[in-house]
Design a protein around this ligand. Structure first.
Ligand code: SAJ
Length: 414
């Protein structure tokens, strides 16, 4: 199986690094995105997302002519699809991005092509994508119709990389690869082996789909346990960080860390895909989501309580990113918490986020909210809330914290 030209559809946090790494292995890669700005930037060798080492690999791939971008799909040997799969109201999975891609890629498909869905998807989404493509191309047969004899081979290979470590994990992580036929699985394995040094594990599409959802649900359930412990420990006046450190000295206990809630666009989303398709069975998974979604409200209550001790409370809010030392504010619990504090006009808010240059739009336009440096915020504040263990927060002069009311939601200063 030879792949000379590969198209990566969706040039976001997953598609762009994957396109660049494939190109760095000598494959001719065509990136496709609906966003003209992303396409133009890439064609100049520039990147639109922040990820360590990504810019270097993209720049090299574009300069050598191996990577280029366009808004319209072109014929290729294989198509990797990495578009968002958010949920709609009531946590119903939204497959409209996959449907749109299926309809725009279908016209350029040729017999012998491989199409791999990388987007995190509910069980059955790969087959649904194949059905959409088949409806647009009745002249071709697809894996779900003709198995190994099909013209177009379809597989699922969920992405599993950790933001901040994408370039390493993309190459080193094992991959779970499941086709709608055995041949589709084998073709996809051959494609991934071009750049993956981890193992390529073979299964069917539905197992691969559920496997990805299960991985993120496993983490969500474990974080929920830590978050619940933090609330229980508070009730007893016990330091949860000490409690967890001690419990983790048991050889078979490994409790994760509590925080202000679970952020990002994966762990707080993917478990709902399981709950939506198996509502009566996924009881623990649903409860974990509820426990984690409750945590920001709990933090707000603590801040509101603390503010009652001051006539004109000045509150330092440290960190808006959804986890430590990244610039990604999407679905961040701290962003929601700070916005809520601003909406109820609880006091003067001194907001700090060292990894971005300006406040996000949702926090702009409030009279009593300022974007400041960490030292200024902490010096001026009566109440200091730390949301995330960014390095610049861990290293602040602790004497500045003396006499302040501290709310440490993530164990930064324990
Ligand atoms: N968090 C805690 N306590 C912890 C660990 C994490 O509160 O002990 C919070 C973080 O602060 C953050 C959220 O959970 O708000 C998620 O962060 P994360 O580092 O656990 O995960 P993500 O969302 O950056 O990436 C996850 C990864 N999945 C797993 O580790 C199982 C990654 O491998 C996936 O590829 C990614 O989701 C994805 O795209 O699905």
């Amino acid at each position: 199986m030879k792949f000379e030209k590969v198209s990566v559809v969706g040039l976001g946090y997953i598609g762009l690094p994957t396109a660049a790494v494939l190109a760095s292995r000598g494959i001719q890669v065509i990136g496709v995105d609906v966003n003209q700005r992303v396409v133009d930037a890439l064609n100049k060798g520039a990147v639109t997302i922040v990820e360590p080492d990504l810019d270097m690999v993209v720049h090299a791939a574009v300069t050598t002519g191996k990577l280029s971008a366009t808004t319209t799909p072109q014929p290729a040997d294989a198509f990797l699809i990495a578009v968002p799969t958010p949920f709609k109201d009531a946590h119903v999975p939204d497959l409209s991005y996959i449907e749109a891609v299926a309809n725009t890629v279908a016209p350029v498909l040729q017999p012998g092509n491989l199409v791999v869905l990388e987007s995190t998807s509910p069980v059955g989404a790969t087959e649904q994508m194949a059905e959409w493509m088949a409806a647009a191309r009745s002249d071709l047969t697809f894996s779900h119709q003709a198995g190994d004899e099909a013209d177009i081979h379809i597989a699922h290979c969920p992405e599993r990389v950790l933001p901040g470590h994408v370039m390493r994990e993309l190459v080193e992580n094992d991959r779970v690869i499941g086709g709608l036929s055995v041949k589709a699985t084998q073709m996809a394995v051959a494609l991934y082996k071009i750049f993956v040094t981890g193992e390529c594990l073979q299964t069917d599409a539905r197992t691969a789909e559920l496997c990805k959802l299960v991985e993120n649900s496993f983490r969500d359930v474990n974080i929920a346990f830590a978050n619940e412990l933090s609330v229980i420990a508070e009730r007893f006046g016990i330091d949860v960080w000490e409690l967890i450190t001690l419990a983790n000295r048991h050889p078979r206990v490994n409790i994760l860390q509590p925080g202000p809630g679970v952020g990002g666009h994966c762990i707080a989303v993917d478990p709902w895909f399981i709950v939506h398709s198996a509502p009566d069975q996924a009881r623990l998974i649903r409860t974990a989501r509820e426990v984690n979604d409750y945590k920001p409200h709990h933090v707000i209550e603590k801040i509101v309580d603390a503010a009652k001790g001051f006539a004109q409370p000045r509150i330092a809010c440290l960190g808006l990113a959804f986890k430590a030392d990244i610039d990604d504010l999407r679905e961040s619990p701290s962003l929601d918490i700070v916005k809520r504090l601003a909406d109820i006009d609880l006091g003067e808010l001194l907001v700090v986020e060292p990894y971005v240059d300006e406040l996000p739009k949702s926090l702009q336009g409030y009279d009593r909210l300022r974007f400041v440096g960490v030292d200024e915020a902490v010096r001026a504040a009566d109440i200091v809330v730390v949301f995330v263990k960014h390095k610049p927060f861990l290293s602040i002069d602790r004497t500045l914290l003396e006499g302040k009311h501290i709310i440490d939601t993530c164990g930064a200063w324990r």
